[in-house]
Structure formats: C-alpha cells, structure tokens
Ligand binder design. Structure first.
Ligand code: PNS
Length: 162
C-alpha cells in the first residue's frame, strides 16, 4: 500500500490545501494530513480545532486521515512507517523554502524520505492562510478562499458574523 503524509500548519485550511489533498488522495492509497503543533508560532486555531476543521473538510475523501505531530517531520514519518511527503508549490517564491526543507528531510532521514511536490491549481495559486487571516481581520470576503463553514469559524475568531 502506498501512503504519504501532507504536513502543514493549516491555520486555516484553504481551497489551495484542499486541492492538493484531493489530488494526492487520488495518487496514494492513503494520505495522512498532519497538523504541525508548532510551539514557536501563535496560531489562530488550536491544533485540535485545525484537526477538526480538516476532518470536516475532507470527510468525503475516505482514504484521507487527519492527524497532528510535534517535533521533526522525519521522526513522525518513521512512526507512521511512511516514506513520502507531499507539499504544494504555488509559485517560484515557494520553491527555495520547499527545496531546503525537502533536502534537509532527505539528508536527516538517511535518504529514506522523499518529498513529492504538487503544483497548486492556478485558480488557487494566490491563496495563503496568512492572507485569509488578514482579509478576515478587516472583515473582507474570504468565501473565495475557504469553505463556508471555515469562513464562519475564522470570522468568529475576529468577533464578526458573516
Ligand atoms: O504549512 P507550513 O507552515 O508551510 O508547513 C511547514 C512544515 C510543517 C512542513 C515544516 O515546518 C515542518 O515540517 N516542520 C516540522 C519540523 C521539521 O521537521 N523541521 C526540519 C525541516 S527544516
């Protein structure tokens, strides 16, 4: 069985992430979407909230499992017995950062873990969780960026109602 991990912050999940999740789930038998518990960042949503949002947003995809992890991705991948990491590439600006992480993970894992990049569909290439949060904080329209139930939860965090 071919399985892969799609790690990320997902704070919150966007249509860009969901595009990558959908396409990766068609390539692999099982896809684990795993939320990084990053103690150095102050996220809008807790890890549990992000896991629950991802579960709801992917419940139509039977081979997608939602999880969370702390520490190094390669250590987490080992616990899951998975050797493939999925990441999305939106534009050339993502490439340098992603290349560095992919090469670090390959080196740290004694070349046991490879990263496969999916290019984000063009209609979602402009999206980022950060811009979603910034737009929502000024009461802007985030419905083109995230599912409606996610938009409601984001606005709620900023004390707005859609
Ligand atoms: O959604 P993001 O914030 O761009 O995801 C970044 C992520 C989670 C893929 C990356 O920060 C990560 O894997 N962090 C775990 C720590 C780790 O393994 N670091 C070593 C590679 S530099």
């Amino acid at each position: 069985m071919k399985a892969a991990i799609y790690p990320g912050s997902f704070d919150p999940v966007t249509f860009g992430h969901l595009d990558v999740i959908t396409r990766a789930s068609q390539i692999f038998d099982e896809l684990i979407v795993s939320v990084l518990n990053n103690t150095q960042k102050t996220p809008l949503f807790s890890v549990d909230e992000r896991v629950n949002i991802l579960k709801e947003a992917t419940m139509h995809l039977p081979n997608v499992r939602i999880d969370s992890f702390s520490g190094l991705l390669i250590d987490y991948a080992k616990t899951q017995n998975i050797h493939v990491v999925i990441r999305g590439l939106r534009a050339i600006t993502d490439f340098e950062f992603e290349l560095q992480i992919a090469q670090t993970n390959r080196k740290l894992s004694n070349e046991e873990i490879d990263t496969i990049f999916l290019t984000t569909s063009l209609e979602f290439a402009y999206l980022s969780s950060s811009s979603v949060k910034e737009i929502a904080s000024f009461k802007g329209d985030i419905l083109p960026c995230v599912p409606a139930f996610v938009a409601d939860l984001v606005y709620e965090k900023y004390g707005f109602k859609r």
